[in-house]
Design a protein around this ligand. Structure first.
Ligand code: GLN
Length: 557
């Protein structure tokens, strides 16, 4: 078993997670079985309760663990399927240690960072290696070297190396080489100091991944090599990618990273076959057509808040040789009218979310998509608002709402299961992780999935209220997928619409390059189809201006 530890130097946001994931891609391409793991030094037990403004998206795993979004990179860039064991926070470490102390497991000893805290951390690395399903464990340490919170993790790694032998371990330090304009120079000093800090703790990196805006010249490489005590060929340049994050593995490969890592770890591997990956990148970079998709959400300025959704759109679009122009719309801005902002988009996507803010704007967006026959994909909350919209405006259930937004609504089309059963106290906690969905034969959903049984990841509390099923169905609202026992609605669609799909789960957590999720792929295909048919309408209209209603005359971009 071989181990790679990835630390970060100088500043945060260097893309350590992406770098670790990209190394995973390359090692898998060399036929190694790879698993990734993230250690987060913050004290939250998991990121589930953290605000997307601060922390970006919460990434949900099959087992329901609510984790850091870097685990999303790991799953998208490699074949590994992760569980709660792959994300460890300081909060969890201390929780474990304190519980043991309370149970008396330490037999009256003084409980200390070394060895008790570091033992728990080492235990988590061993847990993965003991499974003996892998050849390489890549562990990313969150935060920046020098942070007080990170120290116990680095100390644990120091001890771990001693235990497994240095020939089985690499420390890879991802660092910043800033370019100082006034001097026209890349500066190595911050990296020298960051590596010095690591050495103080007893860790010597063998590989430096240098994030830089300009190419590293020979002099800079030599300097880094000498002052940081790494071989010159282990100074790896990682410049900002030009187009897409999926270029990172290719960049690192051209810098020789995967060969270097295999040499350092004494791993004999074939040269990697990156043809499929390259093809995917080419399609992302230079697609033959483009479409504009509106994403209507709450955190539009925080790019990481809907990361997996944007990635899923990229995967699906690439598979159709298509590029996407995202139009990010703050739902609150749609509360008093949507036409101005939505009239030029090929499709509307409403992501998941919590709380009432922006909900009425999302309902307006769903209405626009339904009435104008614009392809629509509603994820989790997106499905719930589409349901409320249909109930209100088609079934004329005027007070239709979710009890999340109006506790006392007289028409709870979305509510807690307990409430549906007449129990008023809010005992429900979230439905998390993978649950099976049974798809109704003959529906659009069945065509999209090409299957009648699927499993998808959940993170929500509220459910469609089956009491309204028949009334809504009579008007064209179809429950196209349910839990196997038929009690929970998992998928909805509209009968008279080219593509109006909502799901109670989060398909965005299971999409990958070259393996787009069917719901996203179907959505993009529908957007492309609509775009072509709308363009035809527009052309017809130029010939006889009064034949086509104005709303059909949507400029394409
Ligand atoms: N707030 C909704 C619920 O709890 C939707 C959650 C989500 O979109 N992830 O059911």
């Amino acid at each position: 078993m071989k181990y790679i530890f990835v630390t970060g130097g100088v500043v945060s946001s260097l893309g350590k997670g992406l770098t670790a994931a990209s190394l995973g891609t390359l090692l898998e391409a060399r036929r190694l079985r790879v698993v990734l793991q993230k250690f987060d030094p913050y004290l939250n037990v998991d990121p589930g309760t953290m605000n997307p403004f601060q922390h970006g998206e919460v990434y949900v795993l099959n087992d329901g663990a609510e984790t850091d979004l870097d685990l999303g990179h790991y799953e998208r860039f490699t074949n590994c399927v992760l569980t709660r064991h792959n994300n460890l926070t300081s909060g969890q470490v201390y929780e474990t240690v304190i519980l043991k102390e309370r149970r008396g497991d330490y037999l009256g000893k003084t409980v200390q960072v070394i060895p008790h805290v570091t033992d728990v951390i080492k235990g988590r690395i061993r847990e993965l290696s003991d499974e003996s399903k892998y050849d390489v464990v890549i562990t990313e340490i969150g935060g920046t070297t020098g942070d007080i919170e990170g120290l116990p993790f680095l100390e644990a790694i120091r001890q771990f190396i001693l235990e497994v032998g240095p020939e089985n371990v690499i420390n890879m330090h991802v660092t910043l080489i800033p370019y100082i304009k006034a001097a026209h120079e890349l500066k190595t000093k911050p990296t020298q100091q960051s590596v010095a800090k690591l050495r103080e703790i007893g860790l010597q990196p063998q590989v430096l991944i240098c994030r830089a805006e300009k190419p590293l010249d020979r002099d800079v490489r030599r300097k880094l090599s000498m002052f940081c005590s790494v071989s010159e060929k282990a100074v790896i340049e990682e410049r900002d990618v030009e187009h897409t994050i999926y270029e990172v593995p290719l960049t690192l490969h051209s810098e020789g990273l995967d060969q270097l890592v295999c040499d350092l770890l004494h791993l004999e591997t074939p040269t990697p076959d990156l043809a499929d990956w390259r093809k995917f990148v080419e399609r992302v970079v230079s697609p033959s057509k483009r479409i504009k998709i509106a994403v209507v959400g709450k955190y539009m300025d925080v790019r990481d808040a809907y990361k997996s959704i944007y990635e899923s759109l990229t995967h699906a679009a690439a598979s159709e040789d298509c590029g996407i122009d995202l139009k990010l719309i703050d739902a609150e801005s749609l509360e008093h009218g949507v036409d101005a902002q939505l009239k030029d988009v090929a499709g509307v996507l409403i992501p998941g979310g919590f709380g009432v803010r922006g909900v009425e704007g999302k309902i307006n967006a769903a209405r626009f998509a339904r009435e104008r026959k614009v392809p629509f994909l509603g994820l989790c909350l997106g499905m719930q608002v589409a349901t409320i919209e249909f109930a209100r405006n088609v079934c004329v259930i005027k007070n239709a709402n979710s009890t999340e937004f109006d506790k006392n609504t007289s028409e709870p089309v979305i509510s807690l299961l307990e409430e549906q059963r007449g129990v008023r106290n809010k005992g429900a906690s979230m439905r998390l992780g993978t649950w099976p969905t049974k798809i109704v034969e003959g529906t659009l959903a069945e065509r999209i999935y090409g299957d009648t049984e699927v499993t998808e990841r959940h993170r929500h509390r509220y459910e469609f209220n089956m009491k309204y099923r028949d009334r809504m169905n009579a008007k064209g609202f179809v429950i196209s997928g349910t839990s196997p026992d038929g009690t929970l609605a998992e998928l909805i669609e509209l009968r008279d619409h080219p593509y109006f799909v909502g799901c109670q789960y989060h398909p965005e957590f299971q999409s990958k390059p070259n393996k787009p999720h069917p719901l996203f792929k179907g959505f993009i295909q529908a957007c492309l189809g609509q775009q072509t048919s709308r363009a035809t309408h527009a052309r017809a209209d130029q010939e006889s201006p009064r034949r086509v209603p104005e709303r059909e005359l949507v400029p394409q971009r």
